[in-house]
Design a protein around this ligand. Structure first.
Ligand code: GLA
Length: 731
């Protein structure tokens, strides 16, 4: 399990130095330097975070900020790496505690440190009492992205309650900034929200017990005129799938602090003598190449440092591109059975699908969403001989098999609930919210954890399952844990998520080739915590191909297209009743990790042929799309008539371009696409995956040509919901 911030060695080494005379720590990686030091008061003070400095450059000892009249003390003005709430701190603290005797003053000073090849652990201690905080720092040599977390330890003889614990606080110098963050709702995740930073605090958070659709734990802060392609951007993402909070605060002296970690709302974690609390990891990076540069760094970092490997890819620098899947959910909903699924599997195989996934409905007494969750036996009416006949059928068609589960939930109408009503989150004697007629199992309980791990392990032992779609279809309400003393119950916010990670880690350990998707009614649990244990995510239940363009655009600021599952479903779409061509739907989904989720049982020869052709074309260029450098050429946001993306493989040998027309007006032609990221001196051959380039476009031209002259779409690329795609291959 990932507990403290730790990164594996990357191809480019990181550099970590401590200057004992000046008491300054400096970490360098990629194009980034980060420095902090111990000031004369003993506080750990941030000194620098930005573009990489000269190897011989040094910092003098950190100088604390002065008092600002009698209202703001040096303690609150000094940009501390992790300030305790005490001594007149008015800005967001790193840590806030209450001791058993009611004392609530905490002032953390430097105590010691330990360097490693790519990071440092710095120990802070309260000036009077034996509370120790170890700040973990690691920097990725390739991207310069830092991983930071804290371990809070009670070495005293009295209990101390942690009321607020951040993973890290990041400081940016006074300047004018634009904050970017991601917001949404069910079926409407991943809206990029942009706003100027002003004095005061902007809070992005989830109080829901899980990551949430409504806000995602990612931020990017642009300096001044920074744009998609140019200018400084500081960005970060929190690795935590429970309630979280990121506070972006422009303080009284105009410095900007970004503090993130456990959500302090309803939080309380008692540390008895000798106990410690590990915070989530907060990742942060810097680029001079705009929002595009920020997401390219994050994508590389996620692929190399965050995503898990299977036994087959354990030694590979990158995980393998995702199999192209078929999922039966939109075709059959819960009406699954051997005959229906087998028929779909045959058609899926004919399309060139790699993996067949059976969704909800196969277990317990599951006919609607009113029953069955918790009873993870195969429904004997739907599958009289278990799953084996279907799995054998899928294998005979040269696909592997995946299965939907929702392990943390229970329907009141289930054998599990009848046996263990005490297993759910609730406050005794209070009414309970039953969203989707289901309750949340208290995964923080050791017996629930053992049950969930046990049934999943059994399922994987008894069946040849390559993949689990792990769903989570509601948020917490009434989050009581009445088996614990009242003072301990709020631990649920930490222990639930820790146990989720522990189960995922143990399952992967016992079944090292099983792959897992994180789904939560779409994109309700996507973050860098869950992505340590899951290979992909389901970004949204909204599969409308036009809506997906803006959702995928938003998603791509924070997460790599590798994890972005994108199904082609039926037209007109159930959500917006919009009709689109199959080719448009295919190309929209081909921007991420492609899947088919339509009722292919009804597809005729023409649709089968189009999908088969485009799946084959996708397979050919998939590594470039999902693991290359992504350039958002034209954003689909804000009602744009057009949108386009381009990806370039790491070695610049291949590039893939997608172009979409929403609805043109007054005969407007598609803008010339000036491509990016190619080798200017190399020759690239252009070929169409779908659609046509303008007559006269060269078949082969230099990278310089494609980047300076650009690529023009055919004049007929107009109207409503049109899509084209091209590939360029180095000669
Ligand atoms: C959630 C998922 C869907 C589907 C249903 C099944 O909504 O996001 O893809 O699996 O559950 O009930």
């Amino acid at each position: 399990m990932i507990l403290a911030a730790a990164l594996s060695a990357s191809a480019q080494p990181a550099s970590v130095n401590f200057d004992p005379a000046a008491k300054v720590f400096r970490l360098d990686g990629g194009g980034t330097s980060y420095a902090f030091g111990v000031n004369a008061h003993g506080e750990l003070q941030q000194l620098y975070w930005g573009g990489r400095l000269g190897a011989a450059d040094t910092f003098p000892q950190a100088v604390p900020m002065p008092d600002w009249a009698s209202f703001d003390s040096s303690y609150t003005n000094t940009p501390q790496e992790y300030a305790g709430w005490g001594a007149g701190l008015f800005v967001e603290p790193g840590l806030k505690v209450t001791w058993a005797d009611g004392n609530r003053d905490l002032v953390l000073h430097y105590e010691s440190h330990k360097l490693s090849a790519n990071g440092v652990d710095v120990v802070l201690k309260d000036i009077k009492r034996p509370v120790y905080v170890t700040l973990h720092y690691a920097i990725d040599g390739e991207t310069g992205i830092l991983a930071r977390s804290a371990t809070i330890e009670n070495r005293g003889t009295e209990a101390v309650t942690v009321e607020q614990a951040a993973a890290a606080a990041w400081t940016l110098p006074p300047a004018s900034y634009t904050l970017n963050y991601l917001t949404g709702r069910w079926a409407g995740e991943w809206s990029l929200t942009q706003e100027a930073l002003h004095p005061g605090a902007r809070v992005i958070e989830s109080r829901r017990g899980s990551t949430g659709h409504q806000a995602n734990p990612w931020f990017a802060i642009q300096a001044g005129e920074s744009s998609e392609d140019h200018g400084e951007v500081w960005f970060g993402a929190l690795g935590w799938s429970g309630s979280w909070r990121i506070t972006v605060e422009q303080d009284q002296l105009d410095e900007v602090k970004v503090t993130g970690g456990f959500n302090p709302f309803d939080f309380g974690y008692v540390l008895h003598p000798g106990q410690s609390l590990e915070t989530p990891v907060f990742y942060g990076g810097h680029t001079a190449h705009g929002l595009g540069g920020a997401s390219r760094l994050l994508h590389r970092f996620e692929l190399a440092q965050i995503l898990p490997r299977t036994a087959a890819t354990a030694k590979q620098p990158l995980p393998k591109p995702r199999p192209v899947i078929y999922n039966s959910w939109e075709a059959t909903e819960m009406n699954v059975n051997l005959a229906g699924q087998s028929a779909l599997a045959e058609k899926a195989a004919a399309l060139g699908i790699d993996r067949f996934v059976m969704d909800d409905g196969w277990f317990g007494q599951r006919k609607t969403d009113h029953a069955g969750l918790g009873d993870w036996y195969v429904n004997p009416e739907k599958f009289p001989n278990g799953l084996k006949p279907l799995i054998d059928k899928v294998h005979s068609l040269k696909m592997d098999f995946g299965l939907w589960v929702e392990p943390e939930m229970v329907n009141p109408d289930s054998d599990l609930y009848r046996k263990h009503p005490e297993w759910v989150l609730n406050f005794p004697g209070r009414p309970r919210n039953e969203q989707r007629t289901q309750l949340v199992l208290n995964l923080a309980r050791p017996d629930v954890r053992a049950y969930v791990l046990g049934f999943l392990d059994k399922l994987l032992n008894e069946n040849d399952i390559a993949f689990l779609k792990w769903d989570y279809n509601r948020n917490w309400s009434e989050p009581g844990w009445d088996q614990l003393p009242p003072t301990e119950q709020k631990k649920v916010y930490v222990e639930f998520t820790r146990n989720l990670y522990a189960i995922l880690a143990e399952l992967r350990h016992r079944h090292p080739n099983v792959e897992i998707e994180s789904c939560s009614g779409g994109g309700g649990r996507v973050d860098l915590g869950i992505l340590h244990y899951t290979d992909e995510v389901w970004p949204s239940d909204n599969t409308d191909p036009f809506d997906r363009l803006t959702q995928q655009d938003g998603f791509s600021y924070a997460y790599t297209p590798q994890v972005m599952m994108a199904w082609v479903t039926d037209s007109p779409h159930w959500l917006n009743h919009r009709a689109t061509s199959l080719s448009y739907r295919m190309l929209s989904s081909m921007q991420g990790s492609l899947g088919i989720g339509a009722n292919i049982g009804k597809w005729g020869d023409e649709e089968m042929a189009t999908a088969r052709r485009l799946i084959a074309a996708y397979h050919d260029v998939q590594p470039t799309i999902v693991q290359g450098d992504l350039f958002r050429l034209i954003s689909p946001r804000d009602g744009s008539e057009f949108s386009a993306t381009q990806t370039v493989s790491r070695d610049k040998g291949q590039s893939v371009v997608f172009a979409f027309v929403h609805s043109t007006q007054k005969g407007r032609l598609f803008p010339t696409l000036k491509l990016k990221g190619l080798d200017p001196a190399a020759q690239y051959a252009l070929s169409a995956i779908e659609g046509k380039a303008r007559t006269g476009t060269p078949a082969v031209a230099s990278g310089a040509w494609w980047m300076n002259h650009g690529l023009d779409m055919d004049q007929e690329f107009r109207g409503d919901f049109q899509a084209s795609a091209f590939r360029l291959d180095r000669k």
